[in-house]
Write a protein that binds this ligand. Structure first.
Ligand code: ADP
Ligand code: MG
Length: 278
């Protein structure tokens, strides 16, 4: 880390970019999952990454959060080079991520799940957990209030509806006080109405807290309604970058998603008819 010069830090301050990804590449055997991808996430930006299945979105996320090592390219966060850092170090620098349902403990209460995340974040040890049931409780309740789950604080996690579990996952991610939050398919398996509610909630949190969010979302309807900007991946390459209007009208994007002749509106109706998930 000491190798990073001050001038690079200043550069990112000047252009308002939190995350700068340049010429990022990762192959699995012969498959170029991510193939020379460059993009920025601006401070306070709610940025959607879209693309068909297998486009390389999850691989991008895993390269950023340190789960995978890039073959080539650079990832800088607030000017600091992330290449080769393990996930814990990336997290400590302020990049959080949402985890799937399995990461929460069903028999614990909603508040306890969030308290555990706060305990982990503070670097405290788990065996001190039992005698300290009140530890971080006030902060946990605050976080639950932010995601609209304050009322459910003392219910067992396993009693919750699916959409509510997703809100708890969001509270757990926020417990780490990220400056950039990575959300890979946060609404997977949710009905269209719930997708709107959750992504709308995240968008409001972004506006309130000033954090940046990079997310993937299958429903175009939701992406177009809430994303500040959209980047599009196809076969490992970035093929478009713009606002909803520009992306909707982009012939390359249309081609990748639908071949010719169909529109995004038609595609969303088809998704909704078969439950929206993938
Ligand atoms: P997306 O998230 O956009 O659906 P992925 O990043 O999961 O796409 O996958 C991109 C490509 O890389 C796909 O062809 C996928 O099969 C391949 N891939 C992803 N992860 C691995 C892995 N761990 N080993 C081998 N191939 C992988
Ligand atoms: Mg994926």
């Amino acid at each position: 880390m000491s190798e990073v010069g001050m001038s690079e830090v200043d550069m990112s301050e000047v252009d308002g970019s939190e995350l700068a990804v340049r010429s990022l590449a990762k192959a699995f055997g012969g498959v170029r999952a991510v193939d020379g991808v460059s993009f920025d996430v601006g401070r306070g930006e709610f940025l959607a990454m879209i693309g068909p299945n297998g486009a390389g979105k999850s691989t991008c996320f895993n390269l950023i959060n340190g789960q995978l090592r890039p073959d080539a390219g650079t990832i800088r966060f607030q000017g600091t080079l992330l290449n080769g850092l393990p996930p814990r170090a990336v997290c400590r620098l302020g990049i959080g991520r949402t985890f799937q349902v399995a990461a929460t403990f069903g028999s614990m209460t909603v508040a306890e799940n969030v308290q555990m995340a706060l305990i982990a974040n503070a670097g405290e040890i788990y065996r001190l957990w039992r005698p300290a049931a009140q530890r971080h409780r006030a902060r946990a309740l605050d976080l639950l209030a932010q995601v609209g789950m304050r009322e459910a604080a003392d219910r067992a996690n396993r009693e919750l509806a699916y959409g509510d579990i997703k809100r708890v996952e969001l509270a757990i991610a926020l417990a780490g006080e990220p400056r950039l939050l990575l959300m890979d398919e946060p609404t997977a398996g949710m009905a269209p109405g719930e997708r709107h509610a959750l992504i709308g909630l995240v968008k409001r949190l972004v506006a309130q807290t000033g954090i940046s969010v990079l997310f993937t979302e299958h429903s175009m309807d939701v992406v177009f309604a809430y994303a500040d900007r959209i980047i599009v991946l196809a076969r490992g390459k970035l093929i478009a970058d713009g606002d909803a209007r520009a992306i909707r009208a982009n012939p390359k994007v249309q081609e990748v998603y639908f071949g010719s002749g169909r529109t995004f509106a038609q595609a969303d109706n088809a998704d909704d008819a078969n439950g929206g998930g993938r």
